[in-house]
Design a protein around this ligand. Structure first.
Ligand code: PHE
Length: 482
């Protein structure tokens, strides 16, 4: 490299030029060599650091759908009664709260219960400056508006800044004074390989010292998606705890998804607005005797001693096709097929509910489901199993609270402590006799169903569930290995 640089004493050599001329393909080699020469006073390094600002997810969303303050302001300007209550009706909760703060800071206040500003023109200028800044971002590199950068850096996920360093190298007088004929090329070993050790070449070789402070390229290799990696880890934990995995279809009947679980046929969660019923297959035939059992249980409790729900039972409703709303549909079918053999089963799989998409909801998500059936199984065992699972996941603080599901008694809610707050992650309980007795099950069955995406949010530190599925390459690359 010195020989090369000596050929022109006034020239500043760029990285690209050095890589081409020296036939190197690793920039770390050039940077390392340059640094060695500079330490010896033979070359001079010129470094310029440039900050590039890039739009992140929230910024890109705002660019597409409008900045929150801009949407709020147009709403205020076009609404007669722009007060707090109607704002909360027109905007989602996660927007209404921060929105009021944003407005305040640009001069829009609540006065006598209504949103007003002292200077509309000024509010509009600020808003359009911000929107213009965001829309100029993809190619704006120079002359960045420091005030705008500061502003958007304070808003999570709007922009990202990246520093890139450009270096050039120039020979010094000392470097020039060295006779280029006296320079010899000597190979230095920077990496020890099995081949090197076998070949004996290392005996006379010189080793290059490591400098861990040098910049280096981050290797980018293929890897599992964080969700896939998390599912794999959960699988391993349950397998380790002696469970077997159950993988089943998500096209199911209302009968197995709900009737078998003693969910009353007029339960609100069964409505079209909560459940995806299928056009094809719109019906799936079920054995008459199974439906008769459910019918008896629902109408008057069958042989269980329960009084049931009363009212009518429709076998037509039972045979409706749907996308499973919980994985409990599969565990109950497993139990129906294997009513007497003690078992420990788990499932990590997809379920579907008609949810509006927002920060914490998706219409398609995953549940971590499990059952333990054996003589003597009890509530303590259920709680301990769940605590052990979360402990193994790295969440030692777990608590349960009373809850209600039509198919378990007692029923629990499982909560995990995260950053000082208790977060609800799922439900659990012991199946009721109305569920187990018609299937011929006599041992107690402990059951649970927990949200996978909620857990993923904790593990990956997300505050928006959608981040898991938008295939943001930059984000994916920077995720920790689970
Ligand atoms: N199926 C319940 C849900 O989807 C969770 C659950 C499973 C509760 C098993 C109790 C027993 O939320």
């Amino acid at each position: 490299m010195l020989k090369l640089i000596q050929t022109d004493s006034s020239k500043e050599w760029s990285l690209e030029e050095i890589l081409v001329a020296c036939e190197w393909n690793d920039q770390a080699v050039a940077v390392g060599a340059g640094l060695g020469l500079s330490n010896a006073g033979l070359v001079e390094i010129n470094e310029t650091v440039e900050t590039n600002i890039k739009l992140s997810t929230q910024g890109a969303n705002a660019l597409e759908g409008g900045l929150l303050e801009s949407r709020l302001w147009s709403w205020i300007s076009s609404t007669n009664n722009a007060d707090m209550a109607s704002l909360q009706q027109s905007f989602e909760r996660h927007e209404a709260g921060p929105g009021v703060g944003l407005l305040k800071r640009i001069g829009v206040q609540l006065r006598d219960g209504k949103f007003v500003s002292d200077n509309d023109a000024q509010v509009e200028t600020i808003i359009s400056q911000r929107s213009n800044f965001l829309s100029s971002l993809p190619d704006l590199v120079e002359n960045l508006d420091a005030e705008m950068i500061d502003h958007f850096k304070g808003r999570k996920g709007f922009i990202e800044s990246q520093e890139s360093t450009t270096r050039s190298w120039k020979v010094t007088n000392l470097g020039l004074s060295i006779d280029s004929k006296s320079l010899i090329e000597k190979e230095m070993i920077s990496e020890i390989t099995p081949e090197l050790l076998q070949s004996d070449n290392w005996r006379d070789a010189e080793f290059r010292p490591f400098d861990v402070t040098l910049e280096s390229a981050t290797p980018r290799t293929g890897r599992s998606h964080p969700m896939q990696a998390l599912i794999e880890r959960i699988r391993n934990i349950f397998l380790e705890m002696g469970f077997s995995e159950l993988v089943e279809d998500y096209v199911q009947t209302a009968g197995w998804n709900m009737d078998a679980l003693f969910i009353p046929q007029d339960h609100p969660a069964r409505e079209m607005q909560d459940t995806f019923y299928l056009d094809n297959p719109s019906n799936m035939e079920l054995p008459e005797d199974v439906m008769q059992l459910w019918s008896d249980i629902h109408k008057h409790g069958g042989e269980t001693g329960s009084v049931g729900w009363g009212g009518d039972f429709s076998k037509e409703t039972s045979q409706k096709g749907l996308l499973r709303t919980h994985t409990t549909v599969n565990t109950i079918q497993y139990l129906a097929d294997n009513p007497t053999e003690p078992c420990r089963m788990f499932t990590v799989d997809r379920v579907f509910r008609k949810e509006a998409i927002d920060r914490t909801h998706l219409p398609e998500f995953h549940q971590i489901e499990g059952i333990i059936m054996e003589e003597g199984a009890n509530l303590q065992m259920l709680v301990t199993t769940l605590k052990t699972f979360y402990q193994k996941m790295g969440y030692p603080e777990v608590r349960v609270r009373p809850a209600y599901f039509p198919y378990t008694e007692p029923s629990l809610e499982i909560e995990v402590k995260w950053r000082g707050k208790w977060l609800e992650l799922g439900g659990a309980g012991i199946f009721r006799p109305e569920v187990t007795e018609p299937l011929g099950i006599s041992s107690p069955v402990l059951a649970w169903g927990m949200g996978l995406e909620r857990l993923a949010m904790l593990v990956l530190g997300l505050d928006d569930i959608r981040q898991l599925y938008i295939s943001d390459l930059e984000w994916l690359r920077n995720q920790p290995i689970i």
